[in-house]
Design a protein around this ligand. Structure first.
Ligand code: DAT
Ligand code: MG
Length: 148
């Protein structure tokens, strides 16, 4: 089953949105297989956002993502990577639709509350960057017969 990496960014943690965000993906029917509150180092931030190294906002991005604890998660489910991106909304909260996380809770692109992997390749890369294999739990849930 497909897995994706999601993270409540420092603004979301400070604004008490961890529970709200976990709740949305739980209610949707996805399965939480790993989660931790963590402080991202500068090295990890640069590696995670490596694709944006040359962008003018890279410095601010690294500073922001390391400015306080984040809540890192791995979620599992059918088409979870693309569906989670839809549930997050567009990168710029000003363009994100109501009903999405960024549309409901964000105002500016620099503080957009949540990160989510954008493809199977980045999901695999980001899961391995943030989690050890023994931090991911393989288990069955009794509701799966009612979701699939
Ligand atoms: P996403 O997080 O939707 O995958 P992205 O990968 O293009 O978006 O960018 C990573 C993060 O960088 C994004 O969540 C917020 C920040 N960012 C993107 N574009 C920006 C911009 N023009 N100005 C400031 N920050 C930006
Ligand atoms: Mg991205």
């Amino acid at each position: 089953m497909e897995k994706t990496f999601l993270m409540v960014k420092p603004d979301g943690v400070q604004r008490n949105l961890v529970g709200e965000i976990v709740n949305r993906f739980e209610r949707k029917g996805f399965k939480l297989v790993g989660a931790k509150l963590m402080q991202i180092s500068e090295e990890l931030a640069s590696e995670h956002y490596g694709e944006h190294k040359e962008r003018p906002f890279f410095g601010e991005l690294v500073e922001f993502i390391t400015s306080g604890p984040v809540f890192a998660m791995v979620w599992e489910g059918e088409k979870v990577i693309s569906t989670a991106r839809e549930m997050m909304g567009k990168t710029n909260p000003a363009e994100a639709l109501p009903g999405t996380v960024r549309g409901d809770f964000g105002v500016t692109v620099g503080k957009n509350v949540i990160h989510g992997s954008d493809s199977p390749e980045s999901a695999e890369r980001e899961i391995n960057l943030f989690f050890n294999q023994n931090e991911l739990i393989s288990y069955s849930k009794q509701d799966s017969n009612w979701i699939y």
